[in-house]
Design a protein around this ligand. Structure first.
Ligand SMILES: Cc1cc2nc3c(=O)[nH]c(=O)nc-3n(C[C@H](O)[C@H](O)[C@H](O)COP(=O)(O)O)c2cc1C
Length: 173
């Protein structure tokens, strides 16, 4: 079984990015499974001084990443950048290297978001992850109040998600 992990760049309870990932988790091809990791919001502010004795929340985040063959990331844009809290989470695994060599497919829920998507790909490449060709995959026809069930009910969005998850699964094979 190919294990994949979905990570939303948003901590908002009703996040469309989180909804997308939960929708994607029910669309994996045979032989792959995708779980969504929602606990990174408890990570402390990153400091290199803390790396040697990283707190349990960091160890759990690293273990979740180490346990999978590929990642699906859906991230919003804040002030033309990656949300600071999510960049903080990524900073915790720059040195420990759990993303190194792993395929990562990024999803873009908003047609207005450009800068954050490009910045995220640059960060991922710098961390030695392998962005899957086509990233960021734009998901059409969404609005920020949609639930995972509503995303699954949108034929076009669902079809693009199915193709994206299949592509990531192939890359992680
Ligand atoms: C503080 C803040 C800054 C934002 N800045 C931008 C921006 O620069 N560009 C953009 O397209 N959307 C921006 N947005 C809108 C969010 O990207 C949008 O609402 C997105 O759907 C939120 O994702 P979520 O539903 O997963 O939380 C901003 C939202 C917030 C709260």
């Amino acid at each position: 079984m190919i294990r994949l992990l979905g990570i939303s760049g948003s901590l908002r309870t009703a996040s469309i990015d989180s909804a997308l990932l939960h929708a994607a988790s029910s669309l994996t091809p045979g032989g792959a499974e995708l779980s969504v990791y929602g606990e990174w919001g408890s990570l402390p502010p990153f400091s290199p001084d803390l790396e040697a004795a990283a707190p349990p929340s960091v160890l759990a985040f690293r273990a979740a990443l180490a346990d999978v063959r590929g990642l699906l990331i859906a991230c919003p844009e804040y002030a033309h950048g990656i949300p600071g809290a999510f960049k903080n989470a990524l900073d915790w695994v720059v040195g420990s290297g759990e993303l190194s060599g792993k395929p990562v497919l990024t999803l873009n829920a908003s047609p207005a978001s450009y800068h954050a998507q490009m910045a995220l790909l640059e960060v991922l490449r710098t961390m030695d992850a392998r962005p899957v060709s086509g990233s960021p995959v734009a998901i059409p026809g969404l609005h920020r109040r949609m639930t995972a069930a509503e995303v699954l009910g949108q034929a076009e969005a669902r079809a693009v998600l199915v193709a994206a998850v299949a592509e990531l699964s192939r890359a992680a094979h």
